[in-house]
Design a protein around this ligand. Structure first.
Ligand code: MN
Length: 741
């Protein structure tokens, strides 16, 4: 098949699109900008000249469109336009970064560098991509334009996703909903966020998308009629009061309607707040606040407000810069209607994000000041998280996402400075927010002049004074009281430091004790000590000595036992066979009676050892105790070696009968990444799918890591293995293993 392209027409189209771009950025250009923009266009045109998009269009359409979005929809200026035009040049063509720097200078080169570095995709769940995302944010803290251009790039790719193969559509869409939409939201790019979400739905759930879109269309006439009647009285009094204003009635986004349908399990027809009424006022900057409240009073003259649904983001803007007064009122037809009251300036900032505020920089200093503090605070918080980050990149992304989504509380220092923390933050979080040292020495706090413990959860508007003591030190407990990443990582840091100090003291004690016993602290001895005292690492061992949970006297005992052991070869047990060999050694060749367990539980006085919880199928032995009859241990029990070397004569051979109906207690440990619903999923599989009875379950979550210990009743090792296999497949679970309590 031959495709003929009218190159002449195409070139004309390229030029016309470029002209449109120049026209919209012109008001923001000065001196040399015009020349540089044209140079950027020509450079990109030349570099991409052989390339076409999947749709068949010339590639240059894409960078032009991205630049146009930067100007029209985000409110950026010439530097962003230049960078947007060149954004794919280094990645996709022969041009290199220093060529860019020579032609356009350091600033543009740096932005392009950031854009090229983060061009790798970052899908949920893989560390490589999470690492890329971290880089994105590192660059973001240098020049926020990188992320804004990246969002514009993504928006254009989403708008033109139609021509991509299905799997690419799904991949790009899920990245978009996972990262770009929340990022746009956090940066206050409300319209872009909404469009990204709608496009996500369009490609992932095309039928649902079409259905909701057509229903919005069908109900348009009746909705408009309702809005017209609702607005009428307000309209009159706004006019009488001499306001300059516009009123819009806008339906909610398709994506948010779908979310509501899912969440509330209702049909489209049952959603009452399909739209919000927006009153946009044109007022001088110093009258904004009073004008909004004046309008609020007019609206509530006609309609009764719901006191629980009043939101005042005019007095205290959100940290992404959003300002608006929201009130929900009862209409004459008995329907709740949300009314949003804001000024034109607030509206533009709400739609376009913080880039739009530059426009208002000089006209309203104070309002801008507040907004800037919010954005600066956010960027510096991101930087802080990046600097503190010592866990895996995945954890970081989860952490970041948590911070993105969580609601915030507004708090005040005794001097009245505003601090914004995620909801659920405690007095201790606040202390770390003030200063690391204040956090570490935090003893308690006074919240609104009342004394509270460090774990006290803070509420909006609280004024907090932190009480400190130089004697106070962070403890492991503290991790349960904090939610901010800063506090978590600072507490972990000092716990590590504290442990090291104690371990150093412990090491000195150990060395001194061993010197007296004329033992050298060699690697072998270290290994024996660790095994004897059951410590995971030498640091743990020294730490336990240092804090006194291992007494130096016990080290002397260790020496005596070591002497004994050195003269007698230690039993080596891997399985039932080597176990029998050992027993024979200890008790002579004669085969001992074999105890059958499993069927005559009540006749013989025996019990299953709690240190290793044997179950049928395990290789086991019996140990005759002084008071508690016969205890059954697994041959691999951590205590087996000691029992056998010291009390070999009390060991008896046992074997399971093949009885299946009995249930035995076993412990499994599940580790993974924490997510909502994980525990339900696990317990569902255990009790419903496999019909296993649980005795106890304990869950420990640390930051984003999940550890669950479950004691349950199984019939055999086979049964247990089957259960472990099933649980390993649960989303979020990293490891499942059996443990001995
Ligand atoms: Mn691109």
């Amino acid at each position: 098949m031959e495709v003929s392209i009218d190159l002449q027409a195409e070139n004309k189209e390229i030029v016309s699109r470029y002209r449109k771009l120049v026209k919209s950025v012109r008001p923001l250009m000065k001196d040399n900008d015009h020349k540089q923009v044209r140079l950027a266009f020509n450079t990109a045109l030349e570099a991409h000249k052989e390339m076409r998009r999947k749709s068949g269009e010339p590639y240059i359409f894409h960078p032009i469109a991205v630049a146009q979005i930067c100007v029209d929809e985000i409110g950026l200026g010439p530097t962003a336009v230049i960078a947007a035009l060149l954004h794919d040049v280094v990645e996709d063509t022969d041009m290199e970064l220093n060529d860019i720097e020579k032609l356009f200078g350091k600033k543009v080169a740096k932005i392009i560098d950031g854009l090229t570095k983060i061009s790798g995709v970052f899908l949920q769940g893989t560390s490589q991509q999470a690492e890329n995302f971290r880089k994105t944010l590192l660059t973001l803290s240098e020049d926020v334009r990188v992320i804004l251009i990246k969002i514009a790039d993504r928006l254009h790719n989403m708008r033109t996703l139609e021509s991509m193969p299905r799997n690419t559509q799904l991949k790009i869409s899920s990245e978009t909903i996972f990262l770009y939409a929340p990022l746009a939201h956090r940066l206050g790019l409300y319209s872009i966020k909404t469009e990204l979400e709608d496009l996500y739905l369009k490609y992932t759930e095309p039928e649902i998308y079409r259905e909701i879109a057509s229903k919005i269309q069908q109900t348009k006439a009746s909705r408009n009629k309702f809005i017209k009647e609702f607005v009428e009285p307000i309209d009159d009094s706004l006019n009488n009061a001499g306001f300059d204003y516009t009123i819009k009635g806008r339906p909610k986004s398709i994506h948010s309607i779908w979310n509501k349908m899912k969440k509330q399990k209702v049909s489209f027809e049952e959603i009452y707040d399909l739209f919000a009424i927006r009153i946009i006022l044109e007022t001088p900057p110093d009258e904004e606040k009073s004008a909004c409240w004046q309008v609020y009073s007019m609206v509530t003259d006609f309609y009764k407000p719901n006191p629980d649904r009043l939101r005042d983001w005019v007095s205290t803007p959100k940290s992404n810069g959003y300002e608006s007064l929201h009130v929900t009122v009862m209409s004459k037809t008995g329907q709740w209607v949300e009314v949003q009251i804001r000024t034109l300036r607030m509206d533009e900032i709400a739609e376009k994000g913080f880039a739009a505020h530059w426009k208002y920089k000089d006209s309203n200093k104070e309002a801008v000041g507040n907004r800037e503090t919010g954005i600066e605070a956010w960027i510096s918080k991101v930087r802080e998280m990046l600097e503190n980050q010592d866990g895996s990149a995945i954890e970081f992304v989860n952490d970041f996402r948590n911070n993105l989504f969580s609601e915030e509380v507004y708090l005040f220092t005794p001097k009245g400075d505003l601090r914004i923390l995620p909801a659920g933050a405690t007095a201790l979080d606040f202390a770390f927010e003030i200063h690391t040292k204040v956090g570490q020495n935090c003893l308690g706090a006074k919240v609104n002049n009342k004394l509270v413990p460090i774990s006290h959860k803070l509420n909006n508007g609280d004024q907090i004074e932190i009480l400190t003591s130089s004697k106070q030190k962070p403890s492991l407990d503290w991790l349960r009281f904090v939610v901010t990443s800063k506090a978590i990582s600072k507490i972990k840091d000092s716990l590590r430091d504290q442990k090291k100090v104690v371990a150093t003291e412990g090491k000195e004690i150990v060395e001194r004790t061993l010197r007296l016993l004329r033992i050298q602290l060699s690697d072998d001895v270290m290994g024996e000590l660790r095994a004897y005292f059951d410590c995971k690492s030498s640091l743990d061992f020294f730490f336990m000595v240092g804090q006194g949970s291992i007494d130096p006297g016990e080290i002397r005992k260790f020496r005596e036992e070591k002497k004994k052991r050195d003269t007698m070869p230690a039993p080596v047990i891997h399985d039932a066979k080597s176990f029998e060999k050992e027993i024979r050694k200890v008790r002579g060749v004669e085969a001992t009676d074999q105890l059958l367990i499993g069927e005559n539980m009540d006749k013989i006085d025996y019990a299953l050892a709690q240190c290793c919880n044997p179950i049928p199928g395990d290789d086991v032995f019996g140990f005759v105790t002084v008071n508690e009859g016969i205890k059954i241990h697994r041959t691999t029990c951590p205590n087996a070696v000691e029992l056998m070397s010291n009390y070999g004569y009390r060991i008896i051979k046992v074997k399971w009968t093949s009885q299946k109906e009995l249930a035995f207690l076993a412990g499994i440990r599940i580790t993974g990444t924490d997510r909502i619903g994980l525990v339900q999923d696990l317990t569902r599989i255990i009790s419903n799918d496999l019909r296993v009875n649980m005795r106890s379950i304990s869950i420990d979550t640390d930051d984003t890591i999940f550890e669950g210990k479950i004691m349950l009743f199984v019939n055999s090792t086979e049964h247990l293995e089957q259960l472990i296999r099933k649980l390993s497949k649960v989303d979020g679970v990293v490891r499942v293993d059996r443990f001995d309590s």
